[in-house]
Design a binder for this molecule. Sequence first.
Ligand code: VAH
Length: 320
Amino acid sequence: TILVTGALGQIGSELVTKLRAEYGADQVIATDIQKKSDNDVVNSGPFELLDVTDAKAMFAIAQSYKVDTVIHLAALLSATAEAKPLLAWNLNMGGLVNALEVARELQCQFFTPSSIGAFGPNTPKDNTPQDTIQRPTTMYGVNKVSGELLCDYYHHKFGLDTRGIRFPGLISYVAPPGGGTTDYAVEIYYEALKKGAYTSYIGEGTYMDMMYMPDALQAIVDLMEADPSKLIHRNAFNVTAMSAAPEDFGAAIKKHMPDFTLTYQVDPVRQAIAESWPNSIDPSAAQAEWGFRAAYDLDRMTKDMLEKLSGKLFTPSHSA
Ligand code: VAH
């Protein structure tokens, strides 16, 4: 069975649904620190309350469900981590080491995300290589680089099958991200449909890598099912679908909603985080070692987001 932490988060809420469809509902144990009652993840298969900083509780759940794969998603994202750095260190690193220890003791395959946030101001910013300098200046970045190193350590020290992906900003319509720097790229679609306008807290011309959630979920499954003998890297692979700035999202939305207007009110904190990250990263290692490919570009993602969000925002929700 597969244990997922942070199952109600932006990635978890869709990954659990995908994994249950692929491997069977009772094979995926969803856990999160909170429980939402009318929620598909909570109601479509096993769900347990879990605070990932509680090592004993995590081990007890993993043992009782005979877990053989751990997908550790519970974490604070970049902007929240920058506001509460010590809490971020304790939760992001404490949760990760607990999850790695559970995986080691039960000999589980292990996945946790890294991020383009694992790179810093003196990392080459354009077509950032898979192997390059990583001196991030945010607490989130420090957590992600430390996490990459810790996961590689558990692989070469204990033989644990750890695998990771450096995700770009992820765009989705099921569960919004919480406290990220790239969240503007999700908010813009909601606001376009609700108000026909969006004021971006990230400035014009600020490029970051982005990807649609369906591509992110497929990447996790593809990496976890990849032939380990083909993996030169493990923690963690650069992946991306597009490098885009706020005006690119605006232009893509205008193709469907000509009256949409985009304005700017830059948030210096999140702008500084964004500027410390790459403009575009090189996904060639993931393509070569496990066949990564993104199916959605900006236009195809925008069309799907606007269609799916319209359905979600403007039809009465029939609770399951
Ligand atoms: C964040 N969405 O903004 C996350 C992600 C690359 C961005 O790490 O913090």
